[in-house]
Design a protein around this ligand. Structure first.
Ligand code: FES
Length: 159
């Protein structure tokens, strides 16, 4: 489960202000906001732009450029599928297709009920047990279609 705080303008402004002196402050600020809230709320764009004296377009460009930044609140659960080389060689693409089909959500998206976010990751350091994935922080290796189905069942029955 992700334990992100609900978005709060006041707290966000404190985070932005606290990091404003860092070199290239936009990136560390955005990372800090995402770490706290799980995503970058739309309200952050003008806030960060004003504090750093940059344009909103510049800040939005940074958020849009990096895949790591989410612009929507994350789901209550996160399934990360490894798409790096070793996992690709062991059938990761088929697992991605299976998860996307069953969750009816693409990589980088969250299911309509807000329950599961599906994400790509590029190496989980578990190449010897490829293909690998991470479900709510739990690293799972040697995943095949049946195992993924079990994990998706688990998600279906979870809160
Ligand atoms: S390539 Fe997937 S864990 Fe390393």
């Amino acid at each position: 489960m992700i334990h992100a705080a609900p978005w709060d303008d006041q707290e966000a402004l404190e985070i932005v202000t606290r990091h404003r002196q860092l070199p290239g402050a936009a990136l560390p600020i955005l990372h800090a906001l995402q770490e706290r809230f799980g995503y970058i709320d739309r309200a952050a764009i003008p806030m960060v732009a004003e504090v750093l004296n940059l344009s909103q377009a510049e800040i939005h460009g940074v958020v849009a450029f990096y895949d790591d930044f989410r612009e929507q609140p994350p789901g209550r659960h996160t399934l990360r599928l490894c798409r790096a080389e070793a996992c690709q060689a062991m059938g990761a693409n088929a697992l991605v297709a299976q998860a996307e089909k069953r969750l009816r959500a693409g990589l980088g998206a969250t299911t309509l009920d807000g329950k599961v976010s599906l994400a790509a990751v590029y190496c989980l350091g578990n190449c010897a047990c490829a293909p690998a994935l991470m479900l709510d922080g739990e690293l799972i290796g040697r995943v095949d279609a049946a195992r993924l189905d079990q994990l998706l069942d688990r998600l279906e029955n979870a809160a």
